[in-house]
Design a protein around this ligand. Sequence first.
Ligand code: GLC
Length: 473
Amino acid sequence: MDNLKVLMVAAEISPFAKAGGLADVTGSLPPALSALGVDVRLVMPKYGSISEKKYALKRIHKDIDVPTGGKIIKIDIYQGALPRTDIPVYFIDCPEYFGDKEIYLGEKDTQRFIFFSLSILYILPIIEFKPDVVHAHDFHSALVANFINLSNFTYSKDAKTLYTIHNLNYQGQASPDVLKEGNLSASSLESLATDAKDGDINFMVQGIFNCQALNTVSPTYAKEIMTKEQGSGLHRVIKKNKHKLLGILNGLDISKFNPETDPNICCNFSVESLDKKSENKLALQRELGLPEDKDKPLLAIVSRLAWQKGFELINSELLEKLDFQLIVLGTGEEKYENHFKDLAEKFPEKVSAQIKFDLGLAQRIYAGSDFFLMPSRYEPCGLGQMIAMRYGSLPIVRYTGGLADTVNKKVGFSFKTFSQKAFYLAVNRALKTYYNKKKYQSMQARAMKVDFSWSRSAKKYLNIYRKLTKHKN
Ligand code: GLC
C-alpha cells in the first residue's frame, strides 16, 4: 500500500510567511509527519513578501485557469520545500489577490481566501497529487472542505478533511455574496443554506460542518470552546459536532529552539551549565539599554500584541509595586503597542519596549530572561511558554487553554481569575521564588527537561488521518 498522502493547506507557513503561531505549527508539524512515513505536502498563497530567490522557488506550471465569479483568473504554481527537508510546498501565484506584502488585508480576506481554497481544487490534477486527507487550518482554508464535498471536483472527491481550529476568534464572516467568488451560492450545500439564514456566511462554521474530523490545539481549549464564555458565539455549533472534535497539543521544532545550539544567542547553555544563562541576561540588558544586573529579575514578553493576550494587566501599578525589569517584543494592535511604549517612557530603567518583529532578538529574550509572561484571556495552545521553558525562563500564565495543559506548579506560575490582583499575586510568588535560588533553579531544570517535541502529537494526527481513511500505513 502507498504511503498516506496528506495535503496541508494554510494561509501561513513558517518561514515563508508568518503572523503568529499558526505558521510555526504548519512549518514544524509536517517534518514530524514525514518522519512517520506520511507523504505530506503543503500549499499556501505566494504573497508579495516571499522571495523566490531566498527560498529557491521554481515556477512549475503557468496560466492555469480558475473560473471564479463569472470570470476566469489565471494562476501560476511555484514549488519550494520546507527548509532542510524535501517536503514540497506549493505556492499559488495570483498577484491580483496575493501580490501585497501583507498576509492579511482586512475586509478583502474572505474573498481572497475563498479564491485560494477554490484554486487548490484546480491545481491538484495538475501537480498530480491525489490526497487521502486534506488538512485545513483556521478560517482561511475552511472552504476547501465545502469544495471537496461538492460533486464537481472529481479528482479530489475521495479526499477526507481534517479541520484544525487555532483561534476561534477569527472566523471569517462575510455577506453571502462572497460565495460567488467560489462559484457557490447559498443553495450549493445545505450547510451554506443554514449559515446564510442569519444574513452572513461564517467560514469557520463551514469548516466545522463540512470536515470529517475536527481538532483544536490543546485538550483544555477543546473543552472551553464548547462553553458560552469561550465559544465566541460558536459553542452550540461546536457542541453539535462534538463527536468529531479532539484537542491535540502543539509541539515545537526542538532543533530550532535549543539553547545548546541556538546560533542567535551569545552563550549556548544547557541544564548542566545554567550559570551561562546569566551571560545571556547581561548581554540582553546591554543590547536593549537596560541596567546590567544579573540579580534583578528579568520578565519578558514575546507576542502578538492583541486583546487575547491580556496585556493590560501589566501596568504602572505593577511596576511601582514590584521590583523587576521588563522586556517586550512584538507588534499588533496600536492600543497595546502604545501601552508598552508609554510604560518604557515612564520607567526607562525598568522597561524596554521593542515594537517590531525580530526572530533573532526573540531567541535572545527567551535565553536571557528569568520569567515569561502570558496573562492571556484565552489561549488555544500558546507556543511562547513552551519555548521559554526550553530556555529556562519560567512562565507566569493565566490558567486557560494550552497554558493550563503545559504549565504546572513544578515548572511555572499560574493564576485563574483574569484580574489585576490575581496576576499581581502570581508575579509576586514568582519573584519570591527567584530569590530562593535553590528552588528557582530546580524549577528551571525541570522546565528545560519537559519534552515539547512533535513526536507524540504527530502520532495523534496520524491516527486521525488513518481513521478517516482506514489507511494502514
Ligand atoms: C494561534 C493561537 C495560539 C496557538 C497558535 C498555534 O496563534 O492564538 O494559542 O498556539 O495559534 O496553534
